[in-house]
Design a protein around this ligand. Sequence first.
Ligand code: SF4
Length: 116
Amino acid sequence: MGNTASPRLHGPLITQWHRPEWMLEALCRDMDPNLFYPDKSKTSSFDQLAIRLTCAGCPVAEECLEYAIVTHQREGWWGGHSPRERDRIRRVWERAGRVERSAHNSWEVRREPSWG
Ligand code: SF4
């Protein structure tokens, strides 16, 4: 039976095949990825605070959050946000026209055309 879990791209597993450039600057790249994929039933306020503080100081937090939303990451904390928080953010972004549903039922970021 295959592994159906979402790929873990944080921390040491940053060297996996699927590695956007921004991940090279991730503050968590040398951290234990388990911190960002806590057991929901055991996540303490302290764990959440540790994640939020780490992500708050990360230079690629915006890229991380956007990536998680458009690639439908259902697990873990990305950009300092839990899956439930990301769902809320995605709905706000959708209403604001920042993302739109693609033909393959995923999400795409709408960018302003570059004239430069
Ligand atoms: S925002 Fe947080 S989870 Fe995302 S790359 Fe930075 S430290 Fe890692």
